[in-house]
Design a protein around this ligand. Structure first.
Ligand code: PLP
Ligand code: COI
Length: 341
């Protein structure tokens, strides 16, 4: 299969239309069998549940070309089950998890020409999503839904790739206790837009959100979980019921323990202990692991020892091991790699 003529190494994290997308409709209480289409537009009622009451959820995962030329995805079964959790929380029908994985594989396969080559630094980002499509005017769940998957080739989420970024402790909250922070609902991202535009205007790369209840504990950023490394090389990640259970973070904690022999800890992390950590990184499908060099809390700077030029030692090891597994250079734990072709 011939690859598209794209300048893979210079891609940013943007949308580039690819050839095919998957669509399935939920009507009369059931999902249809689904199909691939070349049509990249969606036509729905002006009163659709998604447009009026934001009934929409999504996922994000990637396809990689391995060192030996296969196309693979990373733990799509976990995206399937997280989408199912999101659907239940927003009173939407669950798209069957096995069909989710098959649809992801089919969509990648039919866009194989857009899967960036091994070593290019780019990957194919896969975006499954679901929304209420029929008219809803009283506040209630829709009766009809669409589940869709599109793909787009992407480069690094943060400009500069592996260069450490600067983060601001936000004055805005992302998620309420007992709210929707733990699911991947569009509404969580809509409410973060003002905060991220504000942070960017002030010269920061991202926001650190705190727990809305006490504003003393670290939650996450708008699109990634946090990892910290202590001076004696323990990997620590915040525990909270209002952050998204990142698949990358869960994988990295296992990699830290099983591949690197490091101690790991998922626990509450307080803002006033950040200065004690040696390294900090953001982890997620889009972010992979992006090192954080500096956190600014209302003028007070917390600078991590690795500085602003390169990743910390442990962060780098975690990055190399995870991407080594994803690109087929290292043996993966059973079930982590789903081969497409
Ligand atoms: N946190 C938020 C708010 C996100 O949007 C994402 C991205 O999916 C993550 C964390 C990372 O999750 P994952 O590693 O499953 O991509
Ligand atoms: C992902 O990492 O897949 C996300 O959905 C994060 C988003 C901010 C791009």
């Amino acid at each position: 299969m011939e690859k598209k003529n794209i300048d893979w190494s210079n891609l940013g994290f943007g949308y580039l239309k690819t050839d095919k997308r998957f669509v399935s409709q939920f009507k009369d209480g059931k999902w249809d069998e689904g199909r691939m289409t070349e049509d990249d537009t969606v036509v729905i009622s002006e009163c659709a549940g998604v447009l009026q009451y934001a009934q929409t959820i999504f996922e994000g995962l990637k396809a990689y070309t391995t060192e030996d030329g296969r196309i693979v995805t990373f733990r799509p079964d976990l995206n399937a089950s997280r989408l199912a959790d999101s659907a239940r929380r927003l009173e939407m029908p669950v798209f069957p998890e096995d069909r989710f994985v098959e649809a992801v594989k089919q969509t990648v396969k039919e866009n194989a020409a857009y899967v960036p080559p091994y070593g290019s630094g780019a990957t194919l980002y896969i975006r499954p999503y679901m929304f209420g499509s029929n008219p809803v005017i009283g506040v209630k769940p829709a009766d009809e839904y669409q589940f869709r998957i599109f793909t787009t080739p992407v480069g690094p989420y943060f400009k500069g790739g592996a260069k450490p970024i600067t983060i601001k402790v936000s004055d805005f909250d992302r998620a309420a206790p007992h709210g929707t922070g733990h699911i991947k609902a569009g509404l969580n991202y809509a409410m973060s837009l003002h905060a991220i535009v504000t942070a960017h205007a002030e010269g920061y790369d991202e926001n650190m959100y705190l727990d809305a209840g006490s504003r003393t504990k670290v939650e996450e950023t708008g699109g990634a979980n946090f990892l910290f490394v202590t001076k004696d090389h323990k990997v620590v990640t915040p525990k909270s019921s209002s952050i998204l259970p990142s698949i990358t973070r869960r994988s990295l904690m296992q990699v830290a323990k099983d591949y690197l022999g490091l101690e790991t800890e998922e626990r509450e992390v307080y803002l006033d202990e950040l200065a004690d950590f040696a390294e900090c990184g953001l982890c997620g499908t889009a972010a992979v692991i992006s090192p954080v060099g500096k956190i600014v809390d209302h003028g007070k700077e917390i600078c991590f020892p690795a500085g602003m030029e390169k990743m910390g030692e442990i962060t780098q090891k975690l990055y190399d091991t995870l991407t080594g597994i994803q690109m087929g250079r290292l043996e993966a734990p059973a079930g982590w790699i789903e081969v497409i072709e």
